[in-house]
Design a protein around this ligand. Structure first.
Ligand code: PMP
Length: 369
């Protein structure tokens, strides 16, 4: 095997890193951690600790009892699309379900891109778009956000050429945390013929969702996830909202991607939305407290947030601050030196005691110089 010529493994694919964590920049110790164990505070992945795990597991147990896993049974997916349609106020035929929203990003890239195509996106934003686009051999064109972190709609439209197939916009944006205005998004959809992909992974923590636009405009797809507001990152569930024409294409390509167990469980969860709504309110309240406390330190620049994370820029060296926190068992995301915002760190809005612990440690690290 060692000397075999792996001709099928071309350079583009062979250079990919495996999904062992290195791709996402996770530190090794963040794997196999019980988030409630208190050993390591995992505040680097925008997970939601406000949803009670016991509530989720008992709903899951009820779901297990009520289905027959031996069957190919699409009825659960039909019910789930109906429940999601009620949740986002769109007809169920506009919904497509998937194993996590990243699968939808991947699918958009695979379905609509080929070598030589172009994709326009903003910077800084979610790094995964570039990875997926380049995997298809397409060119990724980045347009910087304005200094106030708003969308430079004119620059985006100027960069949309006849080769541009897709425009990726994340709103609320990871990692800047701000949500772009309705008018800007609508202008992009109306004035461009490219497919506008709106990643709304954090929409529940923001002020609104643009889902209804996706129902009206044939070139818009909104991607949502249950990993954030619903606290189900490990379950792997996402969905898209788009014109029925587009959603039937996507559903056709992803026929049995969500299990009947997951469908049954999520229908039950969606009938008890107060669980999620209460957790979102708590995240928002903690987010305000975290932002206020970070500002009060007077040693970091803090970005406002409409998501379940807060991005901040230490006046000291950010990588050393990140390392100092990690030495104290607190994982935050080192975003690296990014255009427009510089070298920032991103911290998940955790439970109050987690945030206290993070703030206390950050103050100590900053004081150490
Ligand atoms: N979009 C954005 C903007 C994200 O930040 C993330 C995860 N951090 C995802 C998508 C992936 O979500 P999922 O777990 O549904 O694949």
């Amino acid at each position: 095997m060692r000397n075999k010529n792996l001709g099928w493994l071309d350079e583009r694919i062979g250079s990919l890193k495996s999904f062992d964590g290195s791709l996402l920049g996770y530190v090794g110790s963040s794997r196999n951690i019980n988030a409630d164990s208190g050993q390591v505070l995992r505040l680097d992945s925008n997970e939601n600790f406000f949803i009670d795990n016991n509530v989720l597991t008992s709903l899951l147990a009820e779901a297990v009892k009520s289905i027959d896993l031996r069957l190919y049974d699409p009825s659960g997916i039909v019910e789930l699309r109906e429940a999601l349609g009620r949740y986002v106020c769109v007809p169920p035929r506009c919904i497509t379900v998937s194993s996590g929203s990243e699968q939808l990003v991947d699918l958009v890239a695979r379905l609509f891109l080929e070598k030589g195509d172009e994709v326009v996106s903003i910077v800084p934003s979610f790094f995964m778009y570039r990875k997926r686009v380049e995997l298809e051999g397409a060119k990724f064109v980045e347009v910087p956000l304005n200094g106030d972190l708003s969308l430079d709609v004119d620059a985006i439209l100027e960069n949309v050429s006849s080769r541009t197939k897709v425009v990726f916009i994340c709103s609320p944006n990871n990692p800047t945390g701000n949500q772009f205005g309705w008018d800007e998004i609508r202008a992009l959809a109306k004035e461009s013929s490219a497919l506008i992909v709106l990643d709304e992974a954090y929409a529940e923590f923001g002020d609104f969702s643009v889902s209804s636009l996706a129902v009206k405009e044939r070139n818009v797809i909104v991607i949502r996830t249950f990993s954030k507001a619903f606290g189900l990152a490990g379950l792997r569930f996402g969905y898209s909202v788009s014109h029925p024409e587009l959603s039937s294409v996507i559903s056709e390509v992803l026929p049995y991607t969500v299990s009947s167990l997951v469908a049954e469980f999520l229908v039950r969860l969606l009938s008890q939305l107060d669980i999620v709504e209460k957790s979102v309110e708590k995240v928002k309240a903690e987010r305000s407290r975290l932002i206020r406390s970070l500002c009060a330190l007077d040693r970091v620049k803090v970005l406002d947030s409409k998501a379940n994370f807060v991005t901040f820029k230490p006046y000291e060296k950010a990588d050393l601050v990140c390392q100092g926190l990690s030495d104290r068992g607190i994982l935050v995301k080192d975003l690296g030196d990014l255009p427009v915002i510089g070298h920032c760190l991103r911290v998940t809005v955790g439970l109050p005691h987690m945030n206290d612990c993070f703030l206390d440690s950050l103050e100590r690290v900053l004081n150490q110089g």
